[in-house]
Design a protein around this ligand. Structure first.
Ligand code: OGA
Ligand code: NI
Length: 358
């Protein structure tokens, strides 16, 4: 199946927001069960925060306690924040600033980069191509960093003038962090340290910058509907001023409180598949608000798109047969690219209650 054009004319949510309307168009109103309820947030719970400095410690106890914290966070949460992760804090600030500036450029300059569902690269305002779908209250920019044959800097914004340089440097550093965490996850799963990386092959890496404009009726909509990330691992640089990301935990939506210069890391569906569900990708969504806009950078660390991804053989036993059939990431991500964010319905629909040992 190939994706061609958008089914309807694209409306920039930022333009809607800036037009000063006091009620949102029906297209953005979620069914009542999906609307965010402000009071349901248990305030005392938050996702784990892990200092990665311990990984390089001479002290074996400190190293193994850090490994254990990561292991626990992957099993219990699928979502955690990391500190001292090796990405330059100043670069993180610059990356956020440059993207904030981009979204405040005049609309005609942004429209040059308008995307289509064919590759999704560029400036976009919807995910999914179903006509009449209910839309999310956000615009975004999506670009490829790896593999190098897909990287096309001409599809990255030429303005602000430092944008391309900042993306390049930022992406390079986040990819390094990704490689480090892949080793840690392999070790924690009891595999050779290069096992997950080898399964991923020559990785794909892409950046999705989310822009959530102010919304006059935030209780009726979402900035990004509930979804799990289809890829491998996600490194999210959240807005440092405005909360909004919520993670689903035991049926509740927990609002993440970002720590300064931390990355929010989460497990994607491909790691759920490779780990044969020892690690699970977790549903998350974004709320918007009437007072402040929000910008976040989601960096996706993915398998090579045409390799078959399946549960690691070492983790498949008679007691725990392979839960998922082999599938390439190209095939896998067509689902979200067609239907838009739909909770965890895709990975769950693939999970087989029966043994699919071959
Ligand atoms: C995403 C995502 C969260 C956020 O882009 O996949 O979950 O806080 N973003 O913007
Ligand atoms: Ni996400």
């Amino acid at each position: 199946m190939s994706l061609g054009e958008w089914p309807e004319p694209i409306i920039r949510v930022q333009s809607l927001s800036e037009s000063g309307l006091s009620t949102i168009p029906v297209r953005y109103i979620k069914p009542s069960m999906d609307r965010p309820i402000i009071s349901s947030d248990p305030d005392h719970i938050s996702i784990p925060i892990i200092d990665l400095q311990g990984l390089d410690a001479e002290d074996d106890n400190l190293r193994s306690s850090t490994l254990n914290q990561i292991s626990w966070a992957c099993r219990e949460w699928g979502f955690f924040q990391v500190l001292n992760h090796g990405v330059d804090p100043d670069l993180m600030d610059r990356a956020r600033e440059v993207w904030c500036e981009f979204f405040h450029l005049p609309m005609e300059l942004k429209q040059i980069y308008s995307n289509t569902p064919k590759t999704y690269e560029g400036y976009g305002s919807r995910l999914g191509v179903e006509k009449g779908a209910i839309l999310d209250w956000s615009d975004y920019y999506y670009l490829h960093y790896l593999p190098s044959n897909l990287k096309d800097c001409n599809k990255w914004p030429a303005q602000p003038s430092s944008c391309r340089e900042v993306i390049e440097e930022y992406s390079g550093q986040v990819v390094k962090l990704g490689g480090r965490l892949m080793k840690i996850l392999s070790i924690n799963l009891g595999l050779d340290e290069d096992r997950l990386q080898n399964a991923f092959g020559d990785i794909g890496a892409c950046l999705r910058v989310n822009f959530y404009p102010k919304c006059p009726q935030p209780e009726l909509t979402l900035g990004l509907s509930s979804h799990s990330d289809p890829g491998g691992l996600t490194f999210l640089l959240p807005d440092d001023q405005v909360p909004g990301l919520q993670v689903r935990k035991d049926g509740n939506w927990i609002t993440v409180k970002p720590a300064k210069h931390a990355f929010i890391v989460n497990i994607g569906d491909q790691v759920q598949v490779l780990s044969n569900a020892t690690y699970k990708s977790v549903e998350h969504r974004v709320r918007v608000n009437s007072g402040q806009e929000r910008v976040s950078l989601a960096f996706f660390y993915n398998p090579k798109s045409d390799l078959l991804i399946e549960p690691a053989k070492e983790l498949v036993t008679p007691e725990k047969p392979a839960l998922y059939p082999p599938m390439t990431f190209d095939e896998y991500r067509l689902y979200i690219r067609t239907k838009g964010p739909q909770g965890k319905s895709q990975v769950e629909s693939l999970a087989s209650p029966r043994c699919c040992n071959r």
